[in-house]
Design a protein around this ligand. Sequence first.
Ligand code: HEM
Length: 225
Amino acid sequence: MDTPPLPFSARLRAATQGAHTAAEGQQYVTALVAGELDLAGYLDLVVQHHALYQALESAAEVMRADPVAGGFVDDALTRLPALEADLTALAGPDWALRTAPNPATVAYAERIRAVAGTSPVRFVAHHYTRYLGDLSGGLHIGRAVARRYGLTGQSGAAFYTFARIDRPKAYKEAYRARLDALALSPADEAALLDEVLVAYRHNTAVFAALARHVPAGPVLPEAVA
Ligand code: HEM
C-alpha cells in the first residue's frame, strides 16, 4: 500500500530546515542568547523588528479579507504596539528620531510590501516565517533577553510576550492545519515554499548586519553590562 504523502506543512518544514539552521546559527543570534551583547546590541534588533513588523502588519491589514491569506491574519499575533513600547522603554519617547533600520531590513520590508500586493501565498510565507519563529525560538530568545538585561514586558521585552496566546504549541499546530487546509495547487505550494526560503535569507542578512555588535573575543558578562 502507498504511504500517504506528507501534509504540506510537514514538507514545508522539512524543505526549510537547512535555512532555519543557517538563521538560528548566525553569530548575532548565538551571542544574544549567550548574553554576550550589550544593551545597544539588543536595542538594534528591536529597531530592525519594528521596521519589519510595520511592513508585515500593514500588509496583514491589506490581506485580512483575502480568501487565502486572510485566515492567517490574527490580532493575537500583532507585535507592533509591543515593539513601540519596547523602543520607548529602551531609547526614550523620541526613539523614532534617533533610530533607523539597516539596509538589510529595508530590503526585507520592501520585499514584504511587494509580495503582499501581488501574491497572497508569498505573503503567507512571510507571515509563517516570522510568527511561527516568534512562537518557537523567539520564546527562547525572549527568556535569554529577560535574563541578560533584566527586562520585562514593561521595560523593553514586550515583543516576546503573546498575552493572547496561552499555548504556543497548540497555536502552531492549528496554524499548520490551516496551511494544510489551503489545499494549494502545486504552483502555489512551490511559490510559498520558495518565499519562505527568501524570508529566511532576509532574516539571515539582517542578523549578518547586526553581527557588528558581537564582541571580538570571549567577554565576561560583567564586562558588557
Ligand atoms: C535562537 C534561535 C532559534 C531557536 C533556538 C529556534 C528554535 C526553533 C524550534 C525548537 C522550533 C520547533 C518548534 C515546534 O516544532 O513547535 C522552531 C520552529 C521554527 N522557527 Fe526557529 N529557532 C530560532 C530562530 C529562528 C529564526 C531566526 C527564524 C526565522 C526568522 C525561525 C523560524 C522558525 C519557524 C518558521 C519555525 C516553524 C517551523 C515549522 O514547524 O513549520 N527560528 N524554531
